[in-house]
Design a protein around this ligand. Sequence first.
Ligand code: G
Ligand code: G
Ligand code: MN
Length: 530
Amino acid sequence: MITKLQAEQARLRYQFRIGWLVFTLLILAAVAFVSLEHIRLKIRGEFQQHANHLVFKLDELVEDVLEIGHKLPYYDTRSGHCPPQLTEKLNNMVFNNLYVSGAMVSDESNHTLCSSAGLNLPPPAPDQQSPVLLGPIHPAHGNNDVFLLQQRLGQYRVGMYLIRPVLEDFIRKHSVGMDFVGLYNRNNNSVIVQTGNLAAFDNHILRADNRDSNNDFDVTLPLQNLDNISLLASSHPVDRLQQMGRYLALVMLPFLLLSWLFYRYCIQLIQHRFSLEFALMRALKKEQFYPVYQAIYDEEQQRFCGAEVLMRWHTDDDETLYPDQFVSEAEASGLIVPMTLQLIEKALHECHALLTHNAAFYLSFNLSPAHFRDAQFFTGFHELCTRYAIPPRQLMLEMTERELFNKDDADVAQRMHDLRKRGYLLTLDDFGTGHSNLQYLQQFQFNYLKIDKLFVHSIGTGAITETLNQSIITMAHSLHLHVIAEGVETQIQRDYLHKARVRYIQGWFYSEAVTIQRLTHLMEQSGSVT
Ligand code: G
Ligand code: G
Ligand code: MN
C-alpha cells in the first residue's frame, strides 16, 4: 500500500515537474518578449527625448551667441573702414561671452572690416544662408580648430568664432546615454564636430535624412536656429543593454518567485494527496476499518471470558492491511481517534447480542496516548456505550507500555481514575517491552497486566527473558493485578503459565483473530456462552 502510494506520488510529481517546467519556460518567454518590446520603446523614447533636449540646448547656445550680434549698434561701414568704437565693442563682446573666442564684421563681399583683438583669420567663403555655422578652420597659429557662426545684419555680416573644445564640451555636457554625437553640415555633407564613436552611427539615415529611420537608436535632428546644421546622435548600446537587463530582471523575479511558490504548493498538494494520511482520511470516510476478534481464555472458569478487538483495513484494492502498516501514521496525524471510534461502533454493533446475553463477557480495545489527549474521544466513547447500553464492566481498554504517558501527567491519571471508578477494565498492554516501573503502575490505576508475547515465546528456550516471566507474574500478583499472557501458541507455554497461576491466556493456542461469526461459533462450541 505504502509503496504503491509512493510510486504513484513519484510518477505524478515527475509529470507535474515536467509540465511546470514547460509552462514556466513558455510564460517566461512570453513575458520576456512583451517586456523587452515595452522597454525598447521606453528606452527609445528616453533617448529621443535626450536628443531633443540636446538640440534645444544647442539652439539656445546659438541664439545666445547670435543675440550678441543683434546688440551691436549700427555703423556705417560703407567707407570700408572700421570705426574704432566697433573694435572696442567687439572686444567687449568676446570678453563677456564664455563661448565666443573671437568676433568679426565683414562686408557683403567678404572683406574683413573689423575684428576683435588677436583674431587674424581670413573668413571662409560666405554662405547665402543665414545664420550659418562654418568651419572647421585651422588657424595658422594656435592649436584649436575654430568654427564661425555667421549672420547677415543689414549690409554686413557679423561672425563669432567658437573654438572646437568649447563646442565639444558643451555637447558632452548635455548628452546623456549617448555613444556618439555629431554636428552635420548638410551643405557639404560632412561631420564638423563629433564626440564619441562615429562608427556607432548608422550613416544610412543621413542619406534618407529623415527622423523615422530603421534604426531606433540613431537620430538626425535639424537645429532650428542654424540653417545648415543637423544633430546626429546614437544611443549607447551598453547602457541600453544594462537598462534592458535591469528591467527584465525586475519583471522576471516576481514572476519566478510566484511560479516557484506555486510549484512548492502543488508538490505539497501531491505529497499530501498520495500520503498515507490522505488514504487514511478517505478510508475513514468510506468506513473501511473493521474489527476482528482474538478471544481471551479464562483458565479458572475454563471458558472464553472476553475478546481483544483488533483493527483491520479493507482497502480499495481489496487488500487487508494490518495495524503495524498504518497505526503509527494514524496516531501521528490524530486520525487514530475517529478511526477507533469507528472501530468501537462496528464492534459494539456486531457483538451486541454476545455482550447482552453474556454479562461476564467483555470486549477489549487498544488505545494510545493520542486518545487521552483528545477531548472528543471519551465523549464519543461514552455516547456509544450509552447508545448500545453496554455496562462499563464489559469494556476493557488497553494501553501499550511502549508509549507510556508522562507519569506526571495529572490529567491522564485523573482520566484513568475516573474510568476505573465508572467500572471500566484497564489493561497495561505489551508489558515488559517499555520502561514502566512500580511507581508508574501505582500511579495509573490499571487492574490488568498483559505480558508481552516476547516473554511468552521465551518459555522453554532457556533464554534470559524466560526467567523474567516469573518475576513479572509475581510482581503483578503482589500489586493485585490480573495477568493476561498474550501470544500463547503451545501446550508447554500454556502449562508453564498455568503453573505460575496466570489466569488469562490469549494466543493462537486457543484462537487467532477472527470474524464475529467465527468468534460466536468458537464461544458456542467451547460452551462459553449460556
Ligand atoms: O494482530 P495485529 O497485527 O492486528 O496487531 C498489531 C498491533 O496493532 C498490536 O500491537 C495491537 O496492539 C495494535 N492494534 C490493533 N488494533 C488496534 C487499534 O484499534 N488501535 C491501536 N491503537 N492499536 C491497535
Ligand atoms: O496489541 P497486541 O500486542 O495485543 O496485539 C496482538 C498482536 O499479537 C497481534 O499482532 C496479533 O496478530 C499477534 N498475536 C496474537 N496471538 C499470537 C500468537 O499466538 N503468536 C504470535 N506470534 N502472535 C500473536
Ligand atoms: Mn493489545
